[in-house]
Write a protein that binds this ligand. Structure first.
Ligand code: ADP
Ligand code: MG
Length: 365
């Protein structure tokens, strides 16, 4: 077991900065998910930690020890790669046993450890097979098993579920979470999938363009995103954004959204203070927009007239795409009992307490 710290770590590939001044503390035994769009520097961060890339600037510590100069094999970590990287000519047993043989473990101990892990993962009957004789799900388990069998202080997983179909992914997600609670080892898990991040992580670190945007619990990341990028990246369908202007009439301040004036004095008192800014972005999640007839208690808000442009019936809910009178587009998750059809006009209610405002630098106000 070990904690991991990135201290002002930068990785530059020629003129491209893949990881930019990353400072991140991962606690001993924590399940940290590193999430962000493709190319944001997730894999590079893991490879720096694993010792597969050299650090341009800064330092990385594992269990309080600086590892910058330490070769990968001495870092006490195991990595599950996106491609699994199983040795194709070796059996499942051999794939798992290989690193233990390199460590000089006895044959009896290797057999025992591989046996325990494969039983645990439900792949005990596959030991003699070659990777090409396995299904995608089985390969994924072998890759995870090969990492576990080494009993490392830190597990690194780089999109280990991305090659599985949707159903298997949900199952494997739960298995990995369970594995973490059994092993209680530090897990650093990379994904571009915000659902995986939300469901698996003790904490989530959101990255964009090599820069860490926010590190927090799933609930805080969802409810208190630090900026527009995090707000838009977490949640599906994504948060709606609209350009709005602050205007004053008498004593009161309003937000103008197209032709609509929204009175926010009651809900956003800080907004009353004129900071000189006039232009903002208003954000509202699709799940915080309601049909007035299917309104949970205690929801207050303002109504906006919208025209239905497209409907996706999900069974449990309707995903409805709208246009405003000013031709702005918007998506809402509505109660599946609602009957709507394209072209229809509706007054929807926006939950005022779930509105986000962002300044011109896209930071949350
Ligand atoms: N060996 C490399 N040489 C040059 N550029 C690289 C190399 N590895 C990664 N990059 C670049 O660094 C950026 C981050 O890559 P990566 O860490 O793989 O992103 P992610 O895993 O988040 O998709 C990308 O723009 C990628 O093209
Ligand atoms: Mg990657």
């Amino acid at each position: 077991m070990a904690d991991v710290t990135f201290e002002q770590v930068t990785k530059r590939f020629r003129d491209h900065v893949a990881v930019n001044n990353l400072t991140l503390d991962i606690k001993d035994g924590e399940f940290l998910v590193l999430v962000g769009p493709s190319g944001c520097g997730k894999t590079t961060s893991l490879r720096l930690l694993a010792g597969l890339e050299s650090i341009t600037r800064g330092q990385i510590c594992i269990g309080g020890r600086r590892v910058n100069e330490l070769p990968p094999k001495d870092r006490d970590i195991a990595m599950v790669f996106q491609s699994y990287a199983l040795y194709p000519h070796m059996s499942v047993f051999k794939n798992m046993a290989f690193s233990l043989e390199l460590q000089g473990k006895s044959h009896a101990e290797i057999k025992q450890r591989v046996h325990n892990v494969t039983q645990h993962l439900g792949i005990g009957k596959l030991l003699h097979r070659k990777p090409k004789e396995l299904s995608g799900g089985q390969r994924q388990r072998v890759a995870v098993g090969r990492a576990i069998v080494r009993e490392p202080a830190v597990f690194l997983m780089d999109e280990p579920l991305s090659n599985l179909d949707a159903k298997l992914r949900v199952k494997a997600r739960k298995e990995i979470s369970k594995l973490h609670s059994t092993l209680k080892t530090t897990f650093i898990y990379v994904t571009h999938d915000q659902v995986e991040a939300m469901t698996m992580g003790d904490r989530i670190a959101v990255m964009k363009n090599g820069i860490l945007q926010q590190v927090d619990s799933p609930s805080n990341i969802y409810n208190h995103p630090t900026n527009m990028f995090v707000a838009g990246f977490i949640g599906s369908p994504a948060m709606n954004f609209f350009a709005v202007q602050r205007i004053e009439q008498g004593e009161k301040a309003y937000l103008r959204l197209g032709q609509k004036l929204i009175n926010l004095n009651q809900y956003l008192p800080q907004f009353l203070q004129d900071t000189g800014n006039r232009s903002f972005t208003l954000g509202i999640r699709p799940e915080n927009i309601y049909h007035p007839r299917y309104l949970p208690p205690d929801i207050q808000g303002f109504k906006i007239r919208l025209v239905v442009s497209m409907i996706e019936m999900m069974g449990s809910e309707l995903i409805v795409y709208f246009k405003t009178q000013d031709n702005l587009e918007l998506v809402a998750r509505l109660d599946s009992r609602i009957k709507v059809s394209p072209g229809e006009s509706l007054d929807l209610l926006f939950d005022t307490q779930r509105i986000y405002l962002f300044d011109q630098n896209q930071q949350t106000i």
